[in-house]
Design a protein around this ligand. Structure first.
Ligand code: GLN
Length: 484
């Protein structure tokens, strides 16, 4: 068996037994990238030489101190909006195609300490704005399950790299669904942690009040192992927090006395019927395990997309102001004065979707429109948060929903219709608006394409959703993930 097909846990045990070296494991991943990535385009940059060098160093370290962490020697893909010192970090944008990171993101520092191998930087929608990875300045990523279909986005490169068995795990970022939706489309597991669990230091900011870095794994344990390694308070991100509930690798335990809510607003028209049937199957199986299901209501769900697509572009327009061709990015643009240089750099460097969101955001923040749009959306955001709070007061442990209303669509199908692309985020954005943790894991296939189900937890209750996810993986959909 080729080593790139292993789960993190399997590779860990076998590295411990010295069955192979980190270099051999890394080489198998790099060979798979060579074999497949000209078709899939999951990576923007592959660290071919550096990864081998890093692997050799970790092999040396293992000879001295053994395999002392779950992630020692594990080759990973990193979304290309997370900084790795002295390497190019594009954010999926041509405006940063030559930008070299001068420091490590906190999550990268933490992974380095564990002794991981960085294989390369994965493709994404420009500055993480999109749901298909077609908005990348470096060409679209394809879904390894069917190359004519999108892998989802914006962490589509990370999801496709993992589903294509080019790496053993990956990091992504999730502002409105960008980890969970591609995980769903690519048949893997993706976790968006509670806002504040993971430091955002060194993540290129898209919409700072919504952004979180999270993990993608080919089974629930792998996603949990990665999240455990990167969590924690960081003095460099004042919105990060030490949780009283550190991430545990879930054990298979009885779910008796568990109460799971089914938000009725998530099971309405627009949801693919076959996806609905798959979710019903999960419900039935979990009932068989002693779980009680109750219908709950999140009445402001109908405003979630509108609210997200006001708040997010407002923050985008502020965060992307720094890419002016002088401080950061493309500076080849000429102009008659400074303003002209700014304008030329930004029109040449940013793609269509980035420009659309910058304009929308600037509009909703401008005097005269601020009250009608931005302020109003902030109030609706509070209502959405309160919807969830009311549900938790009913002693609900977590919520079960579809991750996406449809399976992966065809490349090109929605790219000229941004609104229909935005509608695909209907089940994921509320979680970010409320700062809650969410996980997507495989629920089955529709037309031979994977689809996921989503579990949503209360703040910092990732362990609960991980435990339910583990039961779904082991007891309900045996064989859908590598561990199931
Ligand atoms: N698809 C959503 C958007 O385009 C979410 C993106 C994300 O989570 N980074 O905004």
């Amino acid at each position: 068996m080729k080593l790139n097909k292993l789960t993190i846990t399997q590779a860990h045990h076998r590295l411990k037994k010295k069955e192979f070296s980190v270099k051999e494991l890394t080489k198998d991943c790099l060979n798979e990238i060579k074999k497949q990535d000209s078709k899939i385009n999951a990576f923007i940059t592959v660290f071919e030489k550096q990864a081998i060098k890093q692997a050799e160093e970790i092999d040396k370290r293992i000879r001295v101190q053994g395999v002392d962490n779950l992630l020692t020697g594990i080759p990973l893909g990193i979304k290309d909006n997370i900084l790795i010192k002295d390497t190019i970090c594009t954010g999926g944008s041509q405006i940063l195609k030559n930008y070299q990171a001068s420091y490590d993101a906190t999550v990268i520092k933490k992974l380095r300490q564990q002794g991981v191998v960085f294989l390369g930087k994965t493709n994404l929608d420009e500055f993480a704005m999109g749901s298909s990875t077609e908005n990348s300045g470096f060409g679209p990523t394809k879904n390894p399950h069917n190359l004519e279909h999108v892998p989802g986005g914006s962490s589509g490169g990370s999801a496709a790299a993992l589903a294509g068995q080019m790496c053993l795990g990956a990091l992504g970022s999730d502002t409105g669904g960008s980890i969970r939706q591609p995980a769903s489309f690519c048949g893997i597991v993706g976790i968006k942690p509670s806002y504040g669990r993971v430091s955002r230091y060194g993540l290129m900011a898209m919409a700072s009040s919504l952004d979180q870095i999270g993990s993608l794994g080919s089974c629930v344990d792998d996603a949990a192992i990665l999240l455990q390694a990167i969590e924690g308070k960081d003095s460099l991100d004042s919105t990060s927090k030490q949780s009283d509930y550190p991430i545990k690798i879930p054990e298979l335990k009885s779910l008796k006395n568990f109460k799971i809510g089914l938000p009725k607003e998530y099971f309405i028209q627009g949801l693919d019927l076959e996806i609905k049937e798959l979710i019903d199957k999960v419900i039935k199986k979990l009932q068989g395990q002693g779980v009680e299901f109750v219908e709950v209501s999140l009445p402001n769900t109908k405003h979630a997309l509108a609210c997200y697509y006001i708040i997010m572009p407002a923050e985008v327009s502020a965060n992307l102001a720094r890419y002016d061709g002088i401080k950061y990015g493309l500076s080849s643009a000429q102009g008659k004065d400074l303003l002209d240089v700014y304008l030329n750099s930004r029109s040449q460097g940013f793609g269509e979707e980035a420009q659309r969101r910058i304009m929308l955001g600037a509009y909703t923040l401008s005097a005269g429109y601020y009250d009608a749009y931005y302020l109003q959306a902030q109030k609706v955001r509070t209502l959405i948060k309160q919807d969830f709070e009311r549900v938790w007061q009913q002693n609900i442990d977590c919520l079960l929903t579809p991750t996406t209303p449809t399976p992966a669509w065809k490349i090109g199908e929605k790219i000229n219709d941004p609104l229909s692309m935005y509608l695909a985020d209907v089940y994921t954005v509320s979680v970010n608006l409320a700062g809650l943790p969410g996980i997507s894991l495989p629920a089955g296939k529709v037309n031979d394409l994977p689809v996921g189900c989503q579990l949503i937890g209360n703040h910092f209750q990732e362990n609960k959703i991980l435990q339910v996810a583990k039961t779904i993986e082991k007891a309900v959909f045996v064989g859908l993930t590598k561990n199931g």
